[in-house]
Design a protein around this ligand. Structure first.
Ligand code: NCD
Ligand code: ZN
Ligand code: ZN
Length: 360
């Protein structure tokens, strides 16, 4: 039986040829990069999603509404002919973000979230927040205006084991932050642990979480299967099977606090296959098909639409999309690499057979 060889096997339950039609989905966590990388990856996302929350971790980062406006124009200009894809912009929070910048972002109508990267946590996070005390004025303005705070939830302390950084962040940073700003609207991004799923399900106030396809399909064995596999390395890193299982349970539960965010994070092949390889999995090409594979394995395909097409828009207080997309149960082989400007890009599960295909 064809399957993704490093993902945890599960019986296919749907016969070949079956179709699944859902409302047009959105991606609530996406890296589009800039320049020729943007041009290479945007057509994939635009074919899959109506809108996406676009992460601001460019070099230099998108720290102001003016920079976000210019980036938005570059994305719109890079769309394939006829595409109505809409980028939803974000600002990169720093130690020095003034409250007025938050108010300007809110007033713009095109900035939908402010992103917290703890300094040093992940790709291009060196301008991130070193101590949340420095960001108090901005956080206060976010709470007042209803601006969403999107969080990369990992501590950066070198003494904390890399597999524990999300859990420790929730205890040491997120809970105190939400106690100080109980009205802040929070999305905990790309959750990877049972601890995060339990916290988001049970916490008071306005909180939600995005979940990637790769964290639903793989546990940390995928990184070490027969050798070191850099294309399965992302941050927060894949965790144990019990965590994958808890994430799959959350994503397919129908709870509107959990919704789709691919965290598709393209890096050129040579930047991942390196002495110090970059973190990030590229799923922009085949995100919906990967999610459908995970939901099918859980026996919950009927819950994909809420997760992919309804709950994120509701949380962000945006209208749900009109129109539909259709997936068909049909085998196809994921390309082994894709053009990426002058370089190449390796999609997640390259060369393997995927059992769902988005009809164009
Ligand atoms: N997820 C990743 O592994 N990498 C992301 C950054 C991020 O989302 O933390 C990137 O920009 O490459
Ligand atoms: Zn992140
Ligand atoms: Zn990301």
């Amino acid at each position: 039986m064809p399957s993704l060889s490093h993902h945890v096997p599960a019986p296919a339950v749907v016969p070949a040829g079956t179709t699944l039609t859902i409302a047009r989905p959105d991606d609530w966590h996406l890296h589009l990069r800039d320049g020729e990388a943007l041009a290479a990856v945007l057509p994939h996302t635009a074919a899959q999603f109506a809108r996406a929350i676009v992460m601001p971790n460019l070099r230099p980062p998108v720290t102001t509404t003016a920079l976000a406006a210019a980036y938005r124009e570059r994305i719109l200009a890079a769309r394939p002919a006829g595409s109505d894809f809409q980028p939803l912009m974000t600002l990169y929070l720093t130690d020095n973000t003034p409250a007025e910048e938050i108010r300007a972002a809110k007033a713009s109508g095109f900035v939908h979230a402010v992103k917290l990267y703890p300094a040093g946590a992940t790709t291009n996070s060196d301008s991130g927040v070193t101590d949340l005390r420095h960001a108090r004025a901005a956080l206060q303005a976010m709470q007042e205006t209803g601006m969403v705070l999107a969080i990369h939830g990992e501590v950066t302390d070198r003494d904390i084991d890399v597999f524990d950084r999300e859990k420790v962040f929730i205890e040491h940073t997120l809970i105190p932050l939400r106690r100080e700003f109980p009205g802040l609207r929070v999305v905990l991004e790309h959750i990877t642990t049972q601890d995060a799923a339990d916290y988001v399900r049970e916490a008071d106030g306005e909180i939600a979480a995005t979940i990637t396809a790769h964290h639903l399909l793989y546990n940390r064995n995928a990184i070490f299967s027969g050798g070191l596999r850099p294309h399965y390395y992302c941050l927060p890193v894949l965790k144990r099977e019990r965590h994958r299982h808890a994430l799959l349970e959350a994503a397919t539960s129908g709870n509107p606090r959990f919704f789709l965010g691919t965290d598709s994070a393209p890096h050129a092949r040579g930047d991942k296959e390196a002495d110090c390889g970059c973190a990030g999995c590229y799923t922009g090409l085949h995100a919906l098909e990967l999610y459908a594979t995970a939901f099918e394995a859980a026996g919950r395909l009927e819950r994909l639409e809420g997760f992919a097409s309804h709950f994120g828009a509701d949380f962000y207080r945006l209208p749900r999309n009109t129109g539909t997309v259709t997936l068909r149960k049909q085998d196809w082989v994921i390309p082994s690499e894709l053009p990426f400007g002058e370089r190449t890009l390796v999609p997640l599960a390259q060369g393997e057979t995927l059992g769902w295909r988005l009809l164009g």
